[in-house]
Design a binder for this molecule. Structure first.
Ligand code: NAD
Ligand code: TYD
Length: 348
């Protein structure tokens, strides 16, 4: 099989590429990535020189380039992860999210539709988020039947791309599958998202900006469990279907932040309670969804997937990874990014 993985130099993509390259030596894996601020080839250093792996630098918003790539490479399957992925950035610059997440996805769908002759052995797998379902109150879970109700420009752009993927299935019979996953955590996540940002800030004794009162709830899943779910769905998911992926692991932000602070105090040999002093309540995110939580029963019952790690273990492993990979962390947070972050923080 010849497989195109888009966004493979990003956080989740790098784990998916690694899993496929290592587990399937007979597959050829092409990783297509623009290498935006969030994409980093250092995430895949261990795969350099592997015979079944190739990196191609390119932009999915360039329709001609994508069409040519499909013509030349004869892909059998696509796993599409490339996206602008950070909600706060989508609030300050929504247009970039429309280009990459909506137009980029439609460019890939067009190429698959026109270049693939026999659809029977092909699959277009679109990776999405639970944020398309909007916000839950204190009770209930998102199922595959939950009505789409996105609130942020990020989730609106992902919802738009999901609708296009389904439209190409319903209109042109393109073989597609979609999964909607909850918040991921783990190694190689760009430190603008909550968990790696706070680990890095604690390390440098910088303030920990908790939005609003920290009452919002997220359902956290270890990234390698997400990659394992993607593997199962790619090979065994039913075409035209949607699968929700989640860890059944809900945390209020403020409680999660306190756990991170406690583990960091221990790891850094600081007195207990030291890191918590860095917690700073700041202006809430505009349109901040109160709660996300996934019902992954369909995936568990149909395909036998389940998360492998307990959260406490995963969180400690993750903190160890960021502390042991100082060079990676310093590189991605240097230069332009640090300037951007400091400006955003000052403007809150
Ligand atoms: P990320 O921001 O870490 O990585 C995105 C990757 O896409 C980067 O390598 C970037 O260079 C690449 N990219 C961006 N624009 C591109 C373009 N125009 N052309 C080619 N490549 C481009 O994101 P992530 O957190 O790894 O998320 C990956 C996917 O999973 C996204 O589709 C996201 O919506 C979805 N998702 C993420 C989470 C999460 O918690 N992070 C949860 C559920 C779903
Ligand atoms: P984030 O990691 O950006 O993921 P998402 O918004 O896609 O769920 O944020 C996770 C939660 O943490 C969310 O409720 C917003 C909150 N948050 C903060 O309180 N402070 C921060 O600096 C960040 C980045 C997020």
């Amino acid at each position: 099989m010849n497989i195109l993985i888009t966004g493979g130099a990003g956080f989740i993509g790098s784990h998916v590429v690694r899993l496929f390259v290592n587990r399937y030596p007979a597959y050829k894996i092409v990783n297509l990535d623009k290498l935006t601020y969030a994409g980093n080839l250092a995430n895949l250093k261990d795969l350099e020189g592997k015979a079944n792996y190739e990196f191609v630098k390119g932009d999915i918003t360039n329709g001609d380039f994508i069409m040519k790539l499909f013509e030349e490479r004869k892909f059998d399957g696509v796993i599409h992860l490339a996206a602008e992925s950070h909600v706060d950035r989508s609030i300050s610059n929504p247009t970039a999210f429309v280009y990459t997440n909506v137009t980029g996805t439609v460019n890939l769908l067009n190429a698959a539709r026109h270049i693939w002759k026999d659809y029977r052995s092909k699959l277009f797998y679109h990776i999405s988020t639970d944020e398309v379902y909007g916000s839950l109150g204190r009770e209930g879970l998102f199922t595959e039947q939950t009505r789409y109700d996105p609130h942020s420009p990020y989730s609106a752009s992902k919802a738009g791309s999901d609708h296009f993927v389904r439209a190409y299935h319903d209109t042109y019979e393109l073989p597609v599958v979609i999964s909607n996953c909850s918040n991921n955590y783990g190694s190689y996540q760009f430190p603008e998202k909550l968990i790696p940002l706070f680990i890095n800030n604690i390390k440098h004794s910088k303030p920990l900006p908790v939005y609003g009162k920290g009452e919002n709830v997220r359902d956290w899943l270890w990234v390698e469990d997400h990659a394992a779910a993607i593997n199962v769905i790619f090979h065994h998911g039913r075409k035209g279907q949607t699968y929700n992926i989640g860890g059944g692991n809900e945390w209020k932000n403020i409680e999660l932040v306190r756990v991170i602070c406690r583990i960091m105090d221990k790891k850094l040999g600081r007195p207990a309670g030291e890191s918590e002093k860095l917690i700073t309540f700041v202006k809430d995110r505009a349109g901040h969804d109160l709660r996300y939580a996934i019902d992954a029963t369909k995936l568990k019952n149909e395909l036998g997937w389940k998360p492998s790690l307990q959260f406490e273990e995963g969180l400690e492993k993750t903190i160890d990874w960021y502390l042991n990979n100082e060079e990676w962390l310093d590189n991605v947070t240097s230069g332009e990014y640090q300037k951007y972050y400091d400006e955003q923080y000052l403007n809150r």
